[in-house]
Design a protein around this ligand. Structure first.
Ligand code: ADP
Ligand code: MG
Length: 526
């Protein structure tokens, strides 16, 4: 018999992700550069606006060693900063995060910064440099770090402290990676433009090898920061229940339900206990494994829970969305809607949509779709995204749109849990409840576009009639003057009063201006 020697071993999360970088979008030097900027900018925006700070973010990309295609990426923000002792872990340990909470964030996996640092390590072998000062700190801390992938632990190469004379607060991060600036350039520009579209209250400065961009703060209105919430009973699983029981094993099952879950008052708890035939006075620490499994199943099945609350969400809001779309797309018409909260599998979510038409939007054969999840623009994997699917399925002729048309559709889904298709966070999966809300939102703004286009069409008709009439006005007036014996000017005045009455003063004054413009053009041409 042939004998095999089989070797069993453990792989740390850091090592696993180092080997599977593609899953987080680090597939090639172009995308890696884009992803690096994205992860750091998202962290910066989370660290500011989620805490009520108007974001100021600076990004700098420069050649570190051009012949080898090495770039340095530096991102700085004015956020809440990171406590001294947490800096090594948040940047040096895969799955270490302050965002494993029921609350809307851009970050979700506790992975982004570490993936970038692992990528830097495996391409240039350079450490990450982090400088940070928490709010109110009289010191600035600086760390030079690498990740020990085998142990999934930070390696601290150096730590320094500086006096924080100007009470700066925020975080600055710098890495050196293998990247492709030339090809990533357009993506990065587009990413920043779109980020600004849903966050026009941010100030973003970007400097690259041959590109400088500045997005000034367009409004000081900030969406209210999301509150931190509890899981909804419909979204639980066995591990979560066990985890929560361990935190406080001495309370009764009734208290447990009321204290640790979203939307469970005494009455709802009693209803559930009766329905599931469970004893509410039992100490949760005494529940057996089987009872825990049973409890979990029943919690997920029960239909009497209140709907998950949306306080943990932070939609952009109709006004800010309109503002952002105007700034970035400069359209002729824009309308936006924030739908009421809804939920899937116990996770609350809100869909927002905006529609923009004309102006600087180039005409194209399909609507240009701008996709966002928790305020993060999604640029890749459009084909597997539910937003794109819904927009494509809409019959736009119903809304008076004839292609090619200058039409842009913006959809933002925010949730405590976005069902991403992959860890690269580039596409939203096809969840039925979300799909339906997207459809309703897009239809609603599309109806407003139709109203606008209809109004415009009518105005166009009136305008043509008015212009035609104007062409003959002088002749008609003099003919009438001849018949009635009144002065031409008087009759002309009467005629224009009649027109104003007919088309309304607002349109009349616009028509007046336009005719004047045409007249001026005519005279200058002659
Ligand atoms: P995630 O963003 O998914 O939590 P990251 O690896 O990107 O994962 O970041 C880990 C943690 O580091 C964050 O949860 C946050 O607590 C902290 N962090 C990262 N960047 C910043 C920053 N610019 N300001 C404040 N905290 C930050
Ligand atoms: Mg992150």
């Amino acid at each position: 018999m042939v004998s095999f020697s089989v070797k069993y071993e453990e792989l740390s999360p850091a090592e696993w992700f180092r080997r599977n970088k593609e899953l987080a979008g680090l597939t090639n030097p172009t995308r890696a550069l884009y992803q690096t900027i994205r992860e750091f900018v998202e962290n910066s925006l989370d660290a500011t606006e989620s805490y009520g700070i108007l974001p100021s973010v600076k990004v700098r990309v420069a050649y570190h060693d051009k012949s080898r295609g090495w770039l340095s990426v530096y991102v700085e923000d004015n956020g809440i900063g990171i406590p001294d002792q947490e800096i090594p872990n948040v940047f040096g340990k895969v799955f270490y995060s302050s965002k494993y909470r029921v609350r809307q964030h851009r970050g979700v996996f506790g992975l982004g910064a570490k993936m970038v640092i692992l990528y830097a390590q495996s391409t240039t072998n350079k450490p990450v440099i982090v400088r940070s000062a928490p709010l109110g700190s009289d010191k600035i801390f600086e760390y030079v770090l690498m990740i020990d992938t085998l142990k999934n632990k930070p390696v601290i190469l150096s730590r320094k402290e500086y006096e924080n004379r100007y009470r700066w607060h925020g975080t600055a991060v710098k890495v050196v990676i293998e990247g492709e600036w030339g090809r990533a350039r357009r993506r990065i520009e587009e990413y920043l433009r779109r980020t600004y579209m849903v966050a026009p209250y941010a100030e973003i400065y970007f400097e690259g090898p041959d590109l400088v961009l500045y997005f000034p703060r367009a409004t000081t209105k900030l969406p209210p920061p999301p509150k931190e919430g509890y899981p909804h009973p419909k979204s639980v699983d066995v591990e979560l229940i066990k985890h929560l029981i361990l935190q406080n094993p001495n309370i009764t099952l009734r208290e447990f339900l009321m204290e640790y879950f979203d939307g469970v008052g005494r009455q709802t708890a009693e209803m559930f206990l009766k329905w599931a035939k469970l004893d509410g006075s039992k100490r949760v620490g005494d529940l057996t494994e089987d009872e825990i499994t049973y409890l979990t199943t029943k919690m997920r099945e029960f239909d009497g829970w209140r709907r998950p609350r949306a306080d943990w969400l932070s939609p952009v809001g109709e006004d800010i969305l309109v503002e952002g779309v105007k700034k970035v797309l400069e359209p002729e018409f824009v309308a936006a809607i924030t739908r009421k909260p809804s939920s899937y599998g116990g996770h609350p979510f809100i869909v927002e949509a905006a529609i923009a038409w004309g102006g600087k939007i180039p005409p194209s054969d399909r609507p240009i779709v701008y996709r966002f999840a928790n305020k993060v623009p999604l640029l890749y994997d459009e084909g597997s995204d539910v937003i794109k699917k819904v927009v494509d399925e809409i019959d736009w002729s119903v809304y008076k749109v004839k292609f090619p048309a200058p039409l842009a559709v913006v959809v933002h889904v925010c949730s405590t849990k976005i069902p991403y298709v992959s860890a690269g966070k580039e596409a939203i999966a096809d969840v039925i409840e979300i799909e339906e809300e997207i459809r309703l939102a897009v239809r609603e703004v599309a109806r407003r576009l139709r109203q606008y286009l209809t109004k415009k069409e009518k105005e166009e008709e009136v305008y043509i009639r008015y212009a035609t009439f104007n062409m003959y006005a002088t002749e008609v007036a003099s003919a009438l003057a001849f018949i009635t014996g009144k002065s031409v000017d008087e009759i002309k005045k009467k005629l224009s009063e009649l027109i104003i009455k007919k088309v309304g003063p607002e349109l009349a004054s616009r028509l007046e201006k336009e005719t004047a413009k045409i007249a001026i053009k005519e005279t200058t041409r002659r």
